[in-house]
Design a protein around this ligand. Structure first.
Ligand SMILES: C[S@@+](CC[C@H](N)C(=O)[O-])C[C@H]1O[C@@H](n2cnc3c(N)ncnc32)[C@H](O)[C@@H]1O
Length: 164
């Protein structure tokens, strides 16, 4: 799978997971929407949840600060998909649902789309990377077994009910 990041550069460069992935040649960074290849765009505001039905060779994330990650920022052309309920393992948002770093979002997307080994290669660059897969082991396996977005949303409902 080709991994691309629309890079805004408005977050702390020391903590930026996309920059680190780029240093290891694990993603390509793009400074404009126009330069970003068309594919499945990971967008927390998207109406449709990512599912194994989204067969694609190109996964795109937007790396910007959460303060600036409003809907309007996601102007990248592509098929926009939200990730279902998963919790963050990164030190900034540990345990918070839906608030994933770029590497966590790309890794989750890869697992749901059936490429767990690729996800493991990305996460191996972060001390807390393996924890992300451990914390989300059951939901990730279940989402990856779903046929489509509606099934993913139904499975997600079980986790949201447990939270309530
Ligand atoms: C807002 S940026 C924050 C990046 C952070 N500065 C870092 O260093 O990784 C995280 C990106 O990951 C993707 N992402 C995170 N959580 C997501 C979710 N619940 N659904 C879809 N995409 C998500 C989106 O592309 C989002 O813009």
């Amino acid at each position: 799978m080709d991994l691309h990041v629309r890079y805004e550069g408005d977050d702390d460069p020391e903590k930026c997971t996309a920059r680190k992935l780029a240093r290891f040649d694990l993603v390509d960074l793009h400074r404009s929407d126009r330069a970003t290849p068309y594919g499945v765009v990971l967008n927390p505001h998207a109406e449709r949840a990512l599912s194994p039905a989204d067969a694609t060779g190109t996964l795109v994330a937007l790396d910007c600060s959460w303060e600036s990650a409003g809907q309007a920022r996601f102007s990248i052309p592509g098929e926009h998909r939200a990730l279902p309920y998963l919790v963050a393992a990164n030190p900034v948002n540990f345990g918070k649902p839906f608030r994933l770093t770029t590497v966590e979002a790309l890794a989750a997307g890869l697992v749901i789309l059936g490429d767990r080994p690729h996800a493991e290669r990305l996460l191996a660059k972060f001390t807390w990377g393996e924890t992300f897969l451990e914390l989300n082991d059951e939901p990730l396996r279940r989402y990856a077994d779903c046929a489509d977005s509606a099934e993913v949303v139904a499975v997600q409902g079980e986790y949201l009910d447990r939270q309530a």
